[in-house]
Design a protein around this ligand. Structure first.
Ligand code: SF4
Length: 169
């Protein structure tokens, strides 16, 4: 016990260093997204995230967009609690059968114009869960998808690039 305590006292941190808060590339991407959203929608982008059976790896990256590392709310990117306030649905996971109805209801509750973005390899075709009896096998089997963002999971930068491409298409 004493040895373990001593080891932990002298051990260096195992966490990754935080990104440079002045990361110019990231700030440029976020600023670009905000400008595109204001041009197309007249306001900043409102996103409703729907976890439809993911392993939560994709959620960790999506949440990273608004955590203290990236803090993209400073550029107007907003996650909203209700689909009635959303412009974009970010959907993750292979669509578990028991999330099918919830996804459909969320889609129907989102006002037009709206976009659906399938995030992560699972959301495209079921990914690593494709063979499971419990999944539908991709977002496009339930609701129309406007954009797929590949990755397992995609990084925050890939998410931003995907959202910019969506608004500029
Ligand atoms: S794409 Fe990868 S990280 Fe995302 S839900 Fe599927 S297995 Fe998890």
């Amino acid at each position: 016990m004493r040895r373990l305590l001593f080891k932990n006292l002298v051990r260096r941190s195992v966490t990754e260093p935080r990104p440079d808060p002045g990361d110019a590339a990231l700030a440029e991407l976020a600023g670009q997204l905000d400008r595109a959203a204001r041009r197309v929608l007249g306001h900043s982008l409102a996103i409703r995230e729907v976890d439809a059976g993911s392993c939560n790896g994709c959620e960790l990256e999506i949440h990273a967009l608004s955590n203290a590392f990236y803090d993209l709310e400073r550029f107007g990117l907003r996650f909203v609690a209700s689909p009635r306030h959303a412009d974009v649905l970010l959907v993750t996971g292979p669509i578990a059968k028991n999330m099918r109805e919830a996804l459909l209801r969320t889609y129907n509750a989102t006002p037009d114009p709206k976009w659906v973005v399938a995030v992560g390899d699972c959301a495209i075709d079921g990914g690593t869960f494709a063979e499971s009896y419990a999944v539908e096998g991709g977002v496009s089997r339930i609701v129309p998808v406007d954009l797929h963002i590949r990755g397992c999971p995609p990084t925050p930068e890939q998410l931003l690039k995907g959202l910019i491409a969506l608004l500029e298409q």
